[in-house]
Ligand binder design. Structure first.
Ligand code: NAD
Ligand code: ZN
Length: 382
């Protein structure tokens, strides 16, 4: 029996308060409105951005809220005006959108800064009517980055949905919706190391290791990984990294260590930590004349990036990359296609180090807070 047009009751992991374990509740999910899609989420994983907004340090609290943005699922029903998706389509919800109509979406130079659907972590409601589609006993539950994938059903704006090949295994391609594309794209689309060049990667979570995979695929000769957590180095050995540097092992700034190791600096660096100190080091460790540094991590709310302007005048380039510079609806189906054709050069299995049934979602938070593993796949149907 079709559930289209009806309220669906299902399980969701609700964050009631900052930093408190999520609680599995039965919630009500309203039907999709104009330009919205209701998706049955099958797999979701935790990214550090969820943890930031769950901890809510320095951010305006918005609770109760359903977090989650790295996920895969199947369209259950579509709202008015949705023409390019239908029930049964396999999809990845994306935390930032592509309306295909605004100045950014139409630009050849801008990739994913859509005026309408650019990521917004502070908005907890849908654009169509300023309301939530989730409720519990009549009490609204806020959305998160328009995706809220810690729910068996969610409602997402059509501009934040990438339709993918139904042959793609949804558990494997789930991290493509955030961590993989963010890191991999930052290297291959933005840092663009040439064959034989040296690349430093700061931060060895899933995003950083995806960036390292990008460097390997581009043919980097040396991939130097920097992390404060030595436990990360074991995992990272599977990723073609050639050298490891723990800033805590030296009594000088890590950028100086890297400049010495490489005789003047690396050709490219990609920062995937969220630490402003690491961002500065990542920039200051690239070679003068041509070095390019790409920032990916999400900084703390009052952070400021400080470097001497001479570092830029001496022909270093500092860039930032959002979602790996991919266009969510246009490019992501193609990334999945490349993955299926084994042309991406990426082994998704290496990123999925843990898996838990939905009821144990808090374990994924524990693992990330302890810096254990990369992505913990949460099975919403289990
Ligand atoms: P993660 O927590 O799994 O990994 C971060 C790693 O950085 C950890 O191993 C940690 O030990 C290391 N680290 C922290 N401070 C460091 C320092 N000063 N020097 C060296 N290493 C340090 O996180 P993740 O899920 O891989 O995400 C990485 C970052 O990317 C986060 O800031 C996340 O919010 C951000 N992110 C950005 C985008 C985007 O589009 N720009 C998208 C998704 C995630
Ligand atoms: Zn747009």
């Amino acid at each position: 029996m079709s559930t289209a047009g009806q309220v669906i009751r299902c399980k969701a992991a609700v964050a009631w308060e900052a930093g408190k374990p999520l609680s599995i509740e039965t919630i009500e999910v309203a039907p999709p409105q104009k330009h919205e899609v209701r998706i049955k989420i099958l797999f979701t994983a935790l990214c550090h951005t969820d943890v930031y907004y769950w901890e809510c340090k320095g951010y305006t609290p918005l609770f109760p809220r359903i977090l989650g943005h790295e996920a895969s699922g199947i369209v259950e029903s579509v709202g008015e005006g949705v023409t390019d998706l239908m029930p049964g389509d396999h999809v990845l919800p994306i935390f930032t959108g592509e309306c295909k109509e605004c100045k950014h979406c139409l630009s050849e130079e801008s990739n994913n800064m859509c005026d309408l659907l650019r990521i917004n972590c502070d908005r907890g409601v849908m654009l169509a009517d300023g309301k939530t589609r989730f409720s519990i006993n009549g009490q609204p539950i806020y959305h998160f980055v328009g995706t809220s994938t810690f729910s068996q059903y969610t409602v997402v704006h059509v501009g934040q949905v990438a339709k993918i090949n139904p042959n793609a295994p949804l558990d494997k391609v789930c991290p493509i919706s955030c961590g993989i594309c963010t890191g991999f794209g930052a290297t291959v689309n933005v840092a663009k190391p040439r064959k034989g060049q040296t690349v430093a990667i700061f931060g060895l979570g899933a995003v950083g290791l995806a960036a390292a995979e990008g460097a390997r695929v581009c043919g980097a000769s040396r991939i130097i990984a920097v992390d404060l957590n030595p436990k990360r180095f074991e995992e990272a050995k599977k990723f073609g990294i050639t050298e490891f540097v723990n800033p805590n092992d030296y009594n000088k700034p890590v950028q100086e260590v890297i400049v010495e190791m490489t005789g003047g600096g690396v050709d490219r660096s990609v920062e995937c930590t969220g630490s402003v100190q690491a961002m500065i080091s990542a920039f200051e460790c690239v070679h003068d004349g041509w070095g390019v540094c790409v920032l990916v991590g999400v900084p703390k709310i009052d952070d400021a990036f400080k470097t001497h302007p001479m570092n830029l005048l001496s022909e270093r380039t500092l860039k930032g990359a959002f979602y790996g510079n991919y266009k969510p609806r246009t490019d992501i189906p193609l990334v999945v296609e490349k993955y299926l054709n084994k042309e991406l050069g990426l082994d998704m299995d290496k990123f999925i180090t843990h898996s838990v049934p939905f009821a144990e979602i808090n374990k994924a938070f524990d693992l990330m807070l302890k810096g254990i593993g990369l992505r913990c796949m949460i099975h919403l149907d289990a």
